[in-house]
Design a protein around this ligand. Structure first.
Ligand code: SAM
Length: 243
C-alpha cells in the first residue's frame, strides 16, 4: 500500500479511470477553477450547505479526491464529528491530505483508498454519504449506489453532485463548444494533457440524466429520492434516504 492508505482490491475496469486521475492530480484544483470559471466552488458550497449534515455526524465523502467537499463538511460536523475521505486513487488522496495538513486541518479526517463499488465499511456506519463529481467515473454505478445505501444509518442521507443534462435549449451549443473545443485546449495548455479533458467531456455526455439517475437511486433502495438542477442542469444534486 502506498502512502499508508488502507488498501482494498480495485477492479481492473477501474484501472484506466485511476490512471486518468493520477495524471491530473497535481493540476486538478487549478483545472477545476479554469474550466468552470470558479463556479464549481459555488456548486460545492451549495451541495454541502443544503445537506442534512449536523454537528457530531460521521460522514463518508466518496470519490473525495483532493478534499473540497471534506473541507466544507469539516466545519459543519465540528470537533465531535468525523469525515472519511474515500477515493480509488492514492495520488488524489495524497494531494488532498497534503492540502489539509497545509491548512492545519489534521484531526477528524481519515483517508481510505476504496472502490465505491465495494466499500470496506460495515452496514449503518455513516449519517451522511456524499459523492461529488465521482459517480460519473464509477463503472458499476448501481453497485456504488447500493453500497452507499448499505453503509448509511437508517434515516441517513445520500447526496450526489454530478454533471447532468443541460435543460435550456439556447445554452446547449455554448456548452458543447466549451466541452469539445475549449476544454481540450485548456487541458493541453495548463495540464499538458488534452486526452484527460476529452475523457471528461465524453464521460459527462454518457452519464445518466436527472430522471434516470433518480430511478437508479430508487432501485438501489433509497427512499424519498429527488433532484435539483444547478446552473440550467450543468449539474444536478440528487438526494435519497436510507429507510
Ligand atoms: N469530489 C472531488 C471534487 O469534487 O473535487 C473529486 C472529484 S474527481 C472529478 C473524481 C474522483 O473520483 C477522482 O479522485 C477519482 O479517483 C475518483 N474515483 C473514480 N472512480 C472511483 C471509484 N470507483 N471509487 C472511488 N473513487 C473513484
Amino acid at each position: 500500500t502506498h502512502f499508508g492508505f488502507r488498501d482494498v482490491p480495485v477492479g481492473d475496469k477501474q484501472k484506466l479511470v485511476g490512471e486518468v486521475f493520477s495524471s491530473v492530480a497535481g493540476k486538478y484544483d487549478l483545472m477545476n477553477d479554469l474550466m468552470s470559471l470558479g463556479i464549481h466552488r459555488v456548486w460545492k458550497r451549495y451541495f454541502v450547505a443544503t445537506s442534512q449534515v449536523r454537528r457530531g455526524d460521521r460522514v463518508l465523502d466518496l470519490a473525495g479526491g483532493t478534499g473540497d467537499i471534506a473541507l466544507l463538511l469539516r466545519d459543519r460536523v465540528g470537533e465531535t464529528g468525523s469525515i472519511v475521505l474515500g477515493d480509488i486513487n492514492g495520488e488524489m488522496l495524497r494531494v488532498g491530505r497534503d492540502r489539509m495538513t497545509d491548512q492545519g486541518k489534521v484531526s477528524g479526517f481519515e483517508y481510505v483508498q476504496v472502490n465505491a463499488e465495494k466499500l470496506p465499511f460495515p452496514d449503518a456506519s455513516f449519517d451522511l454519504v456524499t459523492i461529488a463529481f465521482g459517480l460519473r467515473n464509477v463503472t458499476d454505478k448501481d453497485a456504488a449506489l447500493r453500497e452507499m445505501n448499505r453503509v448509511l444509518k437508517v434515516g441517513g442521507q445520500a447526496r450526489v453532485l454530478e454533471f447532468s443534462e443541460v435543460t435550456a435549449d439556447w445554452f446547449k451549443p455554448v456548452y458543447d463548444f466549451h466541452s469539445f473545443k475549449v476544454l481540450p485546449v485548456l487541458g493541453r495548455l495548463f495540464a499538458n494533457d488534452a486526452d484527460s479533458y476529452q475523457y471528461l467531456a465524453e464521460s459527462i455526455r454518457k452519464h445518466p440524466p436527472q430522471a434516470e439517475l433518480k430511478g437508479m437511486m430508487e432501485a438501489a433502495g433509497f427512499a424519498r429520492c429527488r433532484y435539483r438542477n444547478l446552473s440550467a442542469g450543468i449539474c444536478a444534486i440528487h438526494t435519497g434516504y436510507r429507510v
